[in-house]
Write a protein that binds this ligand. Sequence first.
Ligand SMILES: O=c1ccn([C@@H]2O[C@H](COP(=O)(O)OP(=O)(O)O[C@H]3O[C@H](CO)[C@@H](O)[C@H](O)[C@H]3O)[C@@H](O)[C@H]2O)c(=O)[nH]1
Ligand SMILES: O=C(O)[C@H](O)COP(=O)(O)O
Length: 326
Amino acid sequence: MDGSLSRTYQTQPWTRRELERAKGETTVSVVLPALNEEDTVAGVVESVRPLVGGLVDEVVVVDSGSTDATPERARDAGARVERCRDILPELEPVPGKGEVLWRSLAATTGDVLVFLDSDLVEPDPAFVPGLLGPLLCDSGVHLVKGFYRRPLRVESEEWDTGGGRVTELLARPVLDAFRPALSGLIQPLGGEYAATRSLLESVPFATGYGVEIGLLLDTEQRYGADALAQVNLGVRKHRNRSLLQLGVMARQILGTVLSRCRPDPGPGTSTGTSAETGTASSGTVLTQFVQVAGEWLPTSTEVSVGDRPPMNTLRVRSTSGVPSGP
Ligand SMILES: O=c1ccn([C@@H]2O[C@H](COP(=O)(O)OP(=O)(O)O[C@H]3O[C@H](CO)[C@@H](O)[C@H](O)[C@H]3O)[C@@H](O)[C@H]2O)c(=O)[nH]1
Ligand SMILES: O=C(O)[C@H](O)COP(=O)(O)O
């Protein structure tokens, strides 16, 4: 295998008119998960709004419990805002990005969903059309990831490249080892992707930051790598987190991989790990070390590694047609 994904678009060959024609009666929901993103959420909404009524049917910010002005800023910019805990209110929310995306399925109606992070800086209005291209114009595609150059800003220093630290140091090596069919994905963790509702409702969602890698693994397992496409979206800048925060994210992602890929221990050896999986609230504790007054001291963080079940397995449906919990 040469490592490339067969449906890789280095440029976007579709005109806006072609996309609109290909869209036909298909409906598209754009979803922005948001937790305390008052500085950036409006800019992301504004980058999508000109598409509403054409390529896009609804723009929904799903707020994950912000304590800042994220909901107001999103609403003022023209998005519908849903609070995570008001969607499927019978189910107590668990923290995490995957939980928000999973609930967004019950708060939107599109046949296709496009996810965009709400911490994007200078978001490009061409992201959504690019992500829709393969879904609308190719057959057999269920999930489309964006790829891009990723600048990195640490404190006041900024570099043109170097972003995507968890991607390069964990996600891509782990996919290469455990699921080589996905080793050609350039940005497996990117938050900009589009998928069919039928796929998204039929697979489990990791509740935390494992959600992206879990969706990729499950899609490949179900439909093969040809159900995936990736499109060059240019440049993507976002708020860069600290190394300690990324360590917690990496642990969640690893938990999701272990729950789906059992390493082959080889003859006579033991893996030393048990596959991690469980209910939405399953978790573990990660110990990290920080320097305090010259000493390196442990600090513990709870890490969720559980899954929500496929949305289409929730038994009860309310009169509005929105699924509610078991
Ligand atoms: O509990 C949460 C955590 C995050 N978010 C939102 O999710 C988006 C991405 O979160 P962020 O913490 O900025 O993640 P990144 O550091 O950007 O991590 C990258 O890698 C993650 C793991 O794959 C992906 O989920 C991200 O989309 C991707 O950008 C942002 O809009 C957040 O506001 C929530 O809504 N609720
Ligand atoms: O996608 C990633 O690898 C993580 O979100 C870290 O990204 P960053 O290195 O650009 O902050």
